[in-house]
Design a protein around this ligand. Structure first.
Ligand code: ASP
Ligand code: MG
Length: 440
């Protein structure tokens, strides 16, 4: 059995849904098809939730109306047979009725999660109606029946497996299953989600749970690129990556794959393929357990980084200093990305600044603080990087004209991270393209 996940743009137009059906019909292997919401929908649902929490019901109401118009038109273009279209319109109407009822009750976080779930619920039901129209036999599997997270928001593969296998066992012989990405139930049994972009994570969790032969992630780009395609025109897809390399790249900026979606596939050794719906024959990127070669595979950039520097002469020859610093970040559940130390100072980077004020307050007694915003992490990713002769001279030569605030080397064999002010990001990505890949 395999898993095929299609992102928002891959289902965002009726003709894309036609194409998805073609892609899922190409072989006879039983498939679980995981769908995102139509592109733009989750953003609108977030805006509806925001308007409600700000008490602006008029705005929420008008956003709901606009979205409904979009869905009605979508159905008119998607479905030709009148009876199927009437059925689909009724289904969609129910979801919009639900959104309008929510408008009238007092808003809270749990309700917001219900709002956010509507996108995937609708896209899967619409696609199911389209398959029905085409006589493509299939079964719609509600993700809320098997996808769950615990009290720490962590999905439990074993739980998901036992629920999902039970359901699949009851439906032996079915070739095509359709389910929602992103949505799940939390420890309280309420509707919840795996955070923005979480459909990839759903796909990987499902693939791990059923020991799928492959987890295919279909998007609108032809794989993970060796540089940021928005900045560097000559970037090209990387054909093979190991899970470790892909995890670094996904985390440090390659937007194509949700970073958390690597570990379930990695743990159960399920190959992951990143493929392009618009160019199905393109090779894309295959992610497997082992790297196929050594050296640099790609560079990626992550913006929105804040550097926190703590300087103290008391750190000299002291132990326990780092622990005190890390405890503050732990207390505020703020992950640290990069760390560098000297004998009298420690610098760390974070990208979640929600608790930065509180963190600063608690760090101040430990030393002199400096907070530097608008930074970008440039990650150079590959295999056995610490053993690549000549890599560092090329790397540093490429950085000759920019100020570098931090360098982290040796933390893993797969990553060298450099922190630069965001205004210099494009220059660095371009000069690395030349310096490391020899491309203009
Ligand atoms: N629809 C959700 C989002 O836009 C999940 C996803 O597409 O992966 O974040
Ligand atoms: Mg996505």
């Amino acid at each position: 059995m395999k898993v095929m996940k299609f992102g928002g743009t891959s289902v965002g137009k009726p003709e894309r849904m036609f194409q998805v059906r073609e892609l899922i019909s190409r072989d006879n292997e039983p498939t679980i098809v995981v769908l995102s919401a139509l592109s733009g929908t989750t953003n609108t649902l977030v805006a509806i939730g925001d308007a409600m929490s700000a008490g602006d019901k008029v705005k929420a109401d008008s956003l709901i109306d606009q979205l409904h118009v979009h869905y009605k038109q979508f159905l008119a273009d998607l479905l030709k047979k009148e009876e199927v279209r009437t059925k689909a319109e009724k289904i969609i109407q129910e979801h919009f009725d639900f959104l309008r009822i929510i408008l009238r009750i007092s808003f809270n976080d749990a309700l917001n999660k219900d709002i956010l779930a509507q996108g995937e619920l609708m896209s899967t039901k619409m696609f199911s109606c389209y398959l029905e129209e085409m006589g493509h036999s299939h079964l719609l599997l509600p993700a809320l029946d098997f996808m769950s997270i615990d009290a720490n928001d962590e999905p439990q593969v074993a739980d998901i497996r036992s629920k999902l296998t039970k359901i699949l066992d009851q439906h032996n012989g079915i070739q095509t299953f359709i389910t929602q990405g992103y949505i799940c139930r939390n420890a309280r049994g309420e509707v919840d989600n795996l955070k923005r972009g979480g459909s990839d994570y759903s796909a990987s969790l499902i693939a791990a749970a059923i020991h799928a032969s492959v987890c295919e992630i279909w998007t609108d780009i032809d794989g993970m690129h060796n540089n940021d395609p928005r900045v560097v025109a000559t970037s090209r897809p990387v054909e093979h990556l190991s899970f470790d390399e892909a995890a670094e790249l996904a985390y440090f900026g390659a937007k194509i794959l949700h970073p958390a979606s690597i570990w379930p596939a990695q743990q159960y050794k399920i190959p992951v393929k990143l493929l392009n719906t618009m160019q199905p024959e393109a090779k894309g990127t295959v992610i497997l357990e082992h790297a196929d070669s050594d050296g640099v595979k790609a560079v990626a950039a992550k913006d929105g980084i804040v550097m926190v520097k703590i300087k103290s002469s008391r750190m000299l020859l002291a132990y326990g200093f780092l622990r005190k610093i890390f405890e503050v970040f732990e207390k505020y559940r703020t992950p640290i990305d990069m760390i560098t130390t000297s004998e009298v100072a420690v610098s760390v980077t974070i990208d979640n600044t929600t608790h930065l004020d509180a963190i600063s307050k608690e760090l101040s007694p430990l030393g002199e603080l400096e907070i530097i915003s608008n930074q970008t992490i440039i990650a150079v990713v590959g295999n056995r990087l610490t053993q690549q002769k000549g890599l560092l001279p090329h790397l540093f030569a490429s950085l000759a004209d920019v100020p570098v605030n931090m360098v982290s080397f040796g933390g893993s064999l797969h990553n060298i991270s450099i922190l630069v002010p965001t205004e210099h990001k494009n220059t660095v990505l371009k000069s690395l393209n030349k310096g490391i890949f020899g491309l203009d």
